[in-house]
Design a protein around this ligand. Structure first.
Ligand code: C5P
Length: 237
């Protein structure tokens, strides 16, 4: 599949809502309350609880699916997992760039020609610069290390990455216009920041160069998720 790098003028097509809930039942309740959402993210918790059920149900509802598994293992294991994910019809699937070029190339070879597009995860935003240098022994500053990993992903044949909206402008200038950037860490004005440390509004993230935004709790944990969704779509214009 070719990634749609400019998902229409319609801001709704740019928003991926994170289904961070512990069961398929809860996830499907949210989907049914928000039929206007076309793109959902399934993360580790939901996948481990009810993976095949939720993926089948989302596809039966004609939804796009971001399968956020952040795979990281030896090349053969990750490639095999990616091959199975293509059968689920996932549209996006994450793998860790720090798994290395051989792992990413093997994974990319398995999804080639399918509707599944791999996205590289660079450095987890939970890792601080002190941890990076003292624990992981990487003698680089975070932006430099993130750029290095995303470039490695591109050299391995991947066409997209997950990054902070604060990194996207610089990464876009390095990676070019045909690379897809998906950014979490997005908060509408006035929304609770929660555990996200560096956030940006949806409109600013799109202006900074994000192709798709991942938004979870500001919609799914809102007192009125439909109202929150409508407000966010308006804010994107
Ligand atoms: O609820 P919230 O909008 O913070 O959800 C953001 C989603 O994006 C979560 O599913 C989280 O796992 C994911 N994510 C993130 N930061 C990253 C990578 C992924 O928040 N660096």
């Amino acid at each position: 599949m070719k990634i749609n790098l400019n998902p229409e003028a319609d801001p709704q097509a740019k928003i991926i809502v994170a289904l961070d809930v512990p069961s398929a039942n809860e996830a499907l309740n949210l989907c049914d309350r928000l039929p206007q959402v076309s793109f959902w993210k399934v993360g580790l918790e939901l996948f481990i609880a009810d993976g095949s059920t939720i993926l089948r149900e989302l596809k039966a509802r004609d939804k796009r699916v971001f399968l956020d598994l952040k795979l990281h293992d030896i090349p053969n294991t990750v490639a095999s997992a990616c091959r199975v994910a293509t059968k689920y019809g996932a549209d996006f699937l994450t793998i860790h760039a720090s798994g290395g070029k051989a792992m990413m190339k093997a994974a990319q070879a398995e999804v080639q020609g399918s509707s599944t597009q791999l996205l590289a995860v660079s450095l987890l935003t939970s890792i601080s610069s002190v941890e990076l240098q003292s624990d992981l022994l990487v003698p680089l500053e975070i932006p430099e290390y993130v750029a290095k990993l995303v470039l490695l992903a591109k050299e391995s044949g991947l066409k997209g990455a997950v990054c902070s909206p604060h990194e996207v402008t610089k990464l876009r200038s390095l990676l070019g216009d045909d690379f897809c950037f998906v950014t979490p860490g997005v908060r509408p004005l006035g929304a609770a920041v929660g555990d996200q440390s560096r956030v940006m509004t949806p409109k600013d993230a799109i202006a900074a160069g994000a192709n798709y935004l991942v938004i979870g709790r500001p919609i799914t944990a809102a007192p009125d998720p439909v109202l929150a969704w409508d407000q966010i779509c308006k804010d994107c214009l």
